[in-house]
Design a protein. Structure first.
Lengths: 285, 311
């Protein structure tokens, strides 16, 4: 059992935990045959700092604990990253990662059958409206819970994101924190060449959000940002634009949109693990 | 018999329920109704006009429902069905949350507004969503009952309510919450007419005349729960001629009835009278539009006469 209060890793430990989570993700996708590795790697430090840095309130023994904070992975295609974290926190046995996309608990996209998962996601643009509803309910009931919604930057092409942005800004959902994984890449190219998102921060500000721009892989910076956001008692919702590198952690995957989704064979697995500090030797027999 | 606006019947009951149950929240996509105003005035903290943003409305409703609320969301038929089909599927039905769509503008209700506002495809579209109950109001009694049915079940509902003023079907009708249909008339009659929504009222108003014109007694079965479709297997047996009258495009009631008739496997003839293939840009009264679509009393009478071989 892991209670939020028991976890308060320091920045070095958070970085080490992120390395371990990337290894778990790689192995899971390798066994599954294919998966969304690029967008999973870009959010690892975000997840690790939220779950292991004493930010989110949760109890893995009681996933539906009434007072838990809500974390919504709206960019559901990065589900494997969330699964690796939830498994590591004992929400379910770690062995489940070996059966990703094999008709067991874990599918490519998350759903609430999975302990620790709040909503069905996969189709983009759903998380922020739902998260706004959760935050509104807490505001109505004067609950101190927070709701975090992690989206992709490409997801912000969806109109429903901006419908929710306007709503949350208008209703001053201070207890809502949006996070955008700003890796700058969608499946077939860069966001700025395909359909420009910039000036991205200004757009959120114009919709009534308080915007924080951070390095998505700097756990120190992330922790400081979460502290500011969770101490809010009123005012605007928060938007964290987390500037990230798709495929972060493995050089040949970094900033390469071809690694949005695909398979990882034995050779690539060995090379990737090697970069993450694990030496793999192949038994030629 | 007193006629009541179906929106008043529904919302007055909803106001009563919300006074007792603080979990009930209403979201509107900038759409009003006289009786809904009462909800807003009496419980302003539980009524939110979300603006003209239906996709967000469904998502917000799902978030509220996931936090213990029972949510009713209100808007014009195509905007709370076709426009939000994916949100209803993923945010609501896939998670079986207590979100209840109140859809106003069934069929040609907004008769002057063209295809953008007509409620002709909503039932067919929403029927594709697993785990979504579809209710269709046809008289004040069933319309009021929908409120309690939705609250008690804590599951998703798509509830079509009429803007028209209806009176209750008279005492001959057997109404039962669980059955999903009401019926009237002789079980041994040759002709059975299946209706849903406003067509129940249209056909009922003609029963006496048609009984005389067609020289046969008529059984009327009004389906108010379209999904899950009622078990009408035993009800349909014995009728040689069955007519479905539905003010929608590609009647879901019609396709369910035809499936049941295949199961019965008797020599029964089926006529499905629904709206036509074309977009109806004509702007006029609902009576004009239903006549144009072949669903007015006069047009139906001709169709049924031909169907019965009475030229």
């Amino acid at each position: 059992m892991t209670k939020y209060s028991e976890l308060n890793l320091d920045p070095m430990e958070l970085t080490e935990k992120s390395r371990q989570i990337r290894i778990d993700i790689l192995k899971a996708i390798h066994k599954a045959g294919k998966g969304h590795v690029g967008g999973a790697f870009s959010i690892v430090e975000i997840l690790v700092s939220l779950y292991y840095g004493n930010v989110l309130k949760f109890d893995s023994k009681e996933p539906k604990w009434e007072s838990r904070d809500r974390f919504i992975l709206s960019k559901g295609h990065a589900g494997v990253a969330l699964y690796a974290v939830l498994a590591d926190l004992d929400y379910f046995p770690k062995e489940e990662l070996d059966f990703l996309n094999k008709g067991q608990l874990l599918g490519e996209h998350p759903d609430p059958r999975i302990p620790g998962v709040e909503i069905v996601s996969g189709s983009l643009g759903h998380g922020l409206p739902i998260g706004s509803g959760m935050a509104l309910a807490d505001k109505m009931d004067k609950n101190s819970r927070k709701t975090f919604v992690l989206m992709g930057d490409g997801e912000c092409y969806e109109g429903s994101v901006w419908e929710a942005a306007m709503f949350a800004g208008h209703h001053e959902l201070h207890n809502l924190c949006g996070i955008v994984d700003r890796n700058g890449l969608i499946t077939h190219g860069t966001t700025e060449s395909i359909n420009r998102l910039e000036p991205f921060a200004d757009k959120w500000k114009a919709f009534g959000w308080e915007v924080f721009e951070v390095n998505a892989h700097d756990v120190d910076e992330l922790q400081q940002t979460w502290m500011q956001i969770t101490s809010k008692k009123s005012g605007a919702p928060s938007m964290v634009i987390a500037n990230s590198v798709k495929g972060k952690g493995v050089s040949f995957m970094e900033n390469n949109f071809n690694w949005h989704h695909g398979g990882i064979d034995d050779t690539k697995l060995a090379a990737a693990l090697n970069e993450l500090g694990i030496k793999v030797t192949h038994d030629k027999n | 018999m007193t006629k009541i606006d179906m929106r008043d019947a529904f919302f007055e009951r909803l106001v009563d329920a919300a006074r007792l149950d603080k979990r009930i929240i209403v979201l509107s996509a900038d759409h009003g109704a006289f009786a809904l105003k009462k909800f807003e005035e009496e419980m302003p903290d539980r009524y939110i006009n979300i603006g003209i943003a239906e996709q967000n409305m469904v998502g917000v409703a799902a978030g509220l429902a996931a936090s213990g609320k029972i949510v009713f969301i209100y808007g014009i038929s195509p905007f709370v069905s076709l426009r939000v089909l994916e949100q209803l599927t993923i945010d609501v039905a896939a998670m079986q949350l207590p979100v209840n769509v109140i859809s106003v503008g069934a069929g040609f209700t907004y008769s002057t507004d063209g295809p953008t506002h007509q409620g002709l495809q909503d039932v067919s579209a929403v029927a594709t969503i697993p785990g979504m109950t579809i209710l269709n109001s046809s008289d004040p009694t069933n319309t009021r009952a929908f409120v309690e049915m939705a609250i008690a079940s804590k599951k998703p509902h798509y509830i079509r309510i009429e803007k028209e003023k209806f009176s209750d079907f008279p005492g001959g009708f057997e109404f039962n919450d669980n059955a999903g249909y009401s019926s009237f008339g002789n079980r041994d009659s040759k002709l059975a007419i299946i209706t849903t929504g406003i067509t129940g009222q249209i056909v009922f108003s003609q029963l006496e005349k048609w009984t005389s014109e067609f020289k046969t007694s008529i059984r009327l079965i009004d389906v108010y729960r379209i999904k899950p479709f009622p078990n009408l297997l035993s009800e349909l047996k014995g009728h040689t001629h069955i007519v479905v009258v539905d003010e929608t495009y590609k009647s879901i009631v019609g396709s369910n009835i035809s499936s049941l008739l295949l199961k019965i496997n008797e020599q029964q003839l089926l006529l499905i009278a629904d709206t036509g293939e074309l977009f109806q840009f004509l702007g006029s009264t609902r009576e004009f539009m239903t006549d144009f679509a072949g669903l007015s009393p006069v047009r139906l009478e001709r169709k049924i006469a031909l169907f019965l071989g009475q030229n």
